[in-house]
Design a protein around this ligand. Sequence first.
Ligand code: 13P
Length: 249
Amino acid sequence: MRKNIVAGNWKMNNDLSQTETLLTSLKKQKQTSNAEVMVAPTFTNLWHAFEALRESNVEVVAQNMHFAENGAYTGEISASMLKSVGVQTVILGHSERRAYFNETDELLAKKVDAALTNSMRIIFCFGEELADRKGNNHENVVASQIKNALFHLDAAAFKNIVLAYEPVWAIGTGETASPEQAQDMHAFIRKTLADKYGNDVAQSVSILYGGSVKPANAKEIFSKPDVDGGLIGGAALKAEDFYAIVNAF
Ligand code: 13P
């Protein structure tokens, strides 16, 4: 059976001392669900977080990486650098990377390949903008984001891929996709996978929802059959709220 996962994407928040404070309160929380729990601090705090959470069941993941192994790419971070500080999983394709840093499907396909070559797990993000939703083009947009970045892979690669549907209009806006909208899209994503790779692969891939998930709405969203967890932004910055979401299964 596929796993339930709750991952906190801290984005560009928390310096070292704020990270220490949040890690300390995360370690005090009680988990009552069976979800896999992950947090994604900024690059400079990955090693510190890895050390602090070593004895816990919280995995430390990265928010991004470059596709090259090493070389003249000033300011970038490679897969092997991430692995050297204990990171085994990377978020790729977040809409903020696509929108503000011009990350294209073509670039993301290269990052996906680099992560898999380095035996890393990927949380691959995608999602439509408000205009796509209003124009009833959201399924086409999502299908093309998935196909362009992932459909060159073989079926076995999907053991190391988690998908995260994050409608851009619901990120940081307080506006959540309704549980029905999330379920409809997740079912569509699973069908898109099944059409290409077969039902076994489609049923085995965890699909997370992201966009204004909070303690108050998590339970209803997670109760939908094709929603396997959440990628959490703002609410992941408070340990109590984050664990209320982790325990919403
Ligand atoms: P919010 O939960 O703040 O809407 O952010 C969602 C997100 O972008 C997680 O990657």
